[in-house]
Design a binder for this molecule. Structure first.
Ligand SMILES: Cc1cc2nc3c(=O)[nH]c(=O)nc-3n(C[C@H](O)[C@H](O)[C@H](O)COP(=O)(O)OP(=O)(O)OC[C@H]3O[C@@H](n4cnc5c(N)ncnc54)[C@H](O)[C@@H]3O)c2cc1C
Length: 291
């Protein structure tokens, strides 16, 4: 919450606009969760958290999913459009004269300590390069590169599907809706007067299950009629990299000059600035040590 507003200010540019859309509201799924939310909001008065009682939620328009236990409003939380973010990062990298190459690293080799440049990268476009420092951030592709160097960091794929829905007339007004409404771990994001994104499923493996989107759309039987009656406009899916038997993310200095910043599972966008800060600090440290 501290880093994101500063990042948005720095990255926002007429050619690649970027905003942080706020706030986020998370519905409580049980009386216990509601109790925890109330305690959290009162113990952190400066955090922008506010508990909303159920009576206020029932007056929302269009009618929200009703779990009956109130909700947490987080005023400084929200959403960044991930495609706009990628465009903004790409523009900033080019401005900083970072060379971008769309190719795979097929092998990473450790050279003997007598070499000034300690690492050798072999890329799919046939290049062979010697470098001082490597940051591995290739999600599911990281495991193979690390294995050749004797580091075991297995990760599993967890597939996520998202639906874009066209709503019927009753749900056209979004007044009072937050940038993101979260219900049982599913995000509801309005993005046009009558359109909504809903996501994402959590499916082990690489193959999307059509039944999983149906279950998601029912919101654990809390879906209002306007959501149930909506029409499918589009859908997509992606893979998250979840570290096996280790918590996400994997931020490690594995050897001098070899950093791993990957395995972000469900929070890679949220953690982008924090991960970048960790990487930056470790690069600075490595450069000072080697000079
Ligand atoms: C449906 C869905 C919804 C999500 N919602 C959220 C959310 O609300 N909030 C949030 O914070 N996160 C969310 N995530 C998770 C988030 O997208 C990931 O955590 C994030 O993308 C991880 O970023 P990454 O750069 O580490 O990995 P990735 O985005 O997986 O990128 C890894 C890149 O490495 C490249 N690569 C692989 N192997 C090699 C190689 N050998 N050489 C060179 N390049 C290689 C790949 O081509 C890829 O471009 C969601 C994910 C999905 C699928």
């Amino acid at each position: 919450m501290t880093l994101w507003p500063a990042w948005v200010e720095q990255l926002n540019h007429p050619e690649s606009p970027l905003q942080l859309e706020t706030p986020l509201i998370q519905l409580a799924g049980s009386a216990e969760e509601s109790e925890r939310m109330q305690q959290l909001a009162s113990s952190r008065p400066d955090s922008g958290l506010q508990f909303i009682a159920n009576d206020s939620l029932e007056q929302a328009d269009p009618i929200w999913p009703q779990a009956g236990h109130g909700a947490m409003l987080s005023k400084r939380d929200g959403r960044i459009d991930p495609l706009q973010l990628l465009r903004a990062l790409r523009r900033s990298l080019i401005q900083h004269k970072v060379e971008l190459r769309a190719t795979d690293v097929v092998e990473l080799q450790r050279r003997s300590s007598s070499h000034r440049r300690h690492w050798q990268l072999i890329t799919a476009d046939g290049r062979n390069e010697e470098v001082d420092l490597v940051v591995i951030c290739s999600a599911l592709g990281s495991t193979k590169l690390l294995q050749c160097l004797g580091h075991q960091r297995p990760m599993d794929a967890v597939l996520g599907q998202v639906l874009e829905l066209q709503l019927n007339k009753q749900a056209e007004q979004w007044s009072g809706w937050p940038a993101v409404l979260t219900c049982g771990g599913i995000n509801l994001i309005p993005h046009e007067p009558d359109r909504l994104w809903i996501g994402a499923t959590l499916e082990p493996g690489l193959i999307a299950d059509p039944a999983a989107t149906e279950t998601m759309k029912r919101l654990n039987d809390l879906a209002p009629a306007w959501l149930e009656d909506s029409q499918l406009l589009g859908q997509w899916h992606g893979l998250r990299a979840r570290p096996r038997e280790r918590p996400a993310p994997l931020l490690e200095e594995l050897e001098p000059g070899l950093l791993l910043a990957s395995g972000h599972y469900r929070n890679g966008v949220l953690l982008t600035p924090a991960t970048a800060e960790w990487v930056g600090q470790h690069i600075d440290k490595a450069m000072i040590t080697s000079s």
